[in-house]
Design a protein around this ligand. Sequence first.
Ligand SMILES: Cc1ncc(COP(=O)(O)O)c(C=O)c1O
Length: 387
Amino acid sequence: MRIDFSERISRLPPYLFAELERIIAEKKRQGKDIISLSIGDPDLPPPPSVLESFRKEAANPANHKYSFSQGEPDFREAVANWYEKRFKVKIDPKSEVIALLGSKEGIANIARAFVNAGDRVLVPDPSYPVYSNGGALLNDGVPLVMPLLEENGYRPDLESLNDAKMMFLNYPNNPTGAVVNESFLKKVIDIAREKNIIVCYDNAYSEIVFDDYKAPSILEIDGAMDVAVEFHSCSKTFNMTGDRIGFAVGNRKLIEGLVKVKTQIDSGPPVYIQKVAKQALESYVNGDPPEHLKTANRTYRQRRDTLVEGLKSIGLECEKPKGTFYVWPRCEEKSMDLTMKLLDVGVVVTPGIGFGKFGEHHIRFALTRPKEEIEEACKRISKVLRR
Ligand SMILES: Cc1ncc(COP(=O)(O)O)c(C=O)c1O
């Protein structure tokens, strides 16, 4: 029998990261000494209190039943309390919160509830590929690129936005490390309300910040609740990438749409993981991050400074990002060519082209390895660039 992929699948671009993972696995199999600064998966462990609540909650038989599709009421309550403490935003846990199997899942599913075939979906470029692929293309939407240019602080030109059904935005930004303030978010909300665009704001890195920067929630902006939904993740905040837990908060019709989709697809994250995430969110004291997070951010900041200074000394210029654990230097040559050369000396980075065409001539480093490895990586990179 001939088996054809759906047109939807055929529209997807090749997933460059999967190809890179294959090459890295092959190099490791050959016994090559690899420093992987490519994937945004923290090397730091979850906080001890999180590991302790895992042991307790997983051991409770009641926590192995189906969850509500929207998430357990006490988890949603904890999210609402966290929002109030962290962002001073009041949320109704009954109708304005949904638990997610990681924020990626919610980002991919939201368009399914609101985008019709052929509807336009604004996606930043460079960006996390899920907005364009899982979000727009797999739901028969048409991705429309908003270039993020260095000269604009990696922000889209809001004045020249096309009409669209939905828009994805992400700050602190992967891959550029750019951050924004409330006045930018206010412009986004004003334009979205004027043009009737649903705003999907990915705030997965809101807690990974440096140099006294505090990431805002888009829901702090007046009128945001009319048009926006915000995505959060426990992956980076509590080093729980593999536990698959995140949440979306925002306009109740947008949350209702996600609930409608997810009720037909999954049954919510495991109850014990929601209990653990609830306790992790409760570890914030009056909106201030717990000690483990402050320590993690000090570690990332130190690594950031080591890397940015190391790169500068060998001719790869870039800013010190105020948020995320990514560093995004410019490079003269094509990003894939440089990535392959660096791979030859055992340094794995992500080529900017993997984040869209406006990511070309950049490479992305993830600060997810210890300082000593970053120093060694800089030595190896300098050999490649001197050649
Ligand atoms: C910008 C951005 N959003 C969302 C995610 C997904 O995170 P999660 O683990 O919550 O699905 C990632 C993961 O790397 C990311 O970089």
